[in-house]
Design a protein around this ligand. Structure first.
Ligand code: DQA
Length: 140
């Protein structure tokens, strides 16, 4: 699940996000998933409401969640609450190293609901997240 402004990858600050577009990123994640025998589905929205409602609808539709909520990570208690409602194992991913940037990015209101956080690894971070999720699903 890609949150706000992640549709703009490719034109965001390359020093933090690289040059990969969201389409390319999703192709890479699909391939990472296939290597691990996982089927991946994607959503990107700039609407917090849609993001929350997508989380509400996941029950019975997915085994786990990999989410990069973008800036919502740092302050959206609505997304935090919806993630708790979803009740699925979740991994938080950030392309950039959020702990090495501005102070406000060091706060994540979803982190303690997630089984792991991957940050600063670029697109490969999504592979790490899927590996972590597949381990959790194999040994809950
Ligand atoms: C991000 C980091 C956030 O702080 C930022 O607002 C984003 C992207 C990342 O992937 O590094 O939009 O989640």
């Amino acid at each position: 699940m890609h949150g706000v402004n992640l549709d703009q990858l490719g034109r965001r600050e390359a020093q933090h996000y690289g040059t990969v577009t969201l389409d390319e990123l999703e192709r890479r994640i699909t391939a990472f998933g296939a290597e691990l025998g996982m089927v991946t589905r994607f959503v990107q929205t700039n609407s917090e409401t849609e993001f929350v409602e997508h989380l509400h609808g996941l029950e019975g539709m997915a085994d786990g969640i990999v989410l990069n909520p973008g800036a919502w990570t740092h302050y959206s208690y609505a997304i935090r609450d919806a993630l708790a409602i979803a009740g699925l194992p979740a991994v938080e991913v950030h392309l950039s190293d959020v702990d090495a940037r501005e102070e406000f990015r060091r706060v994540s209101v979803v982190r303690d609901l997630c089984i792991a956080t991957v940050k600063g690894r670029g697109p490969d971070g999504y592979r790490d997240a899927l590996v972590r999720l597949s381990e959790e699903l194999a040994n809950p």
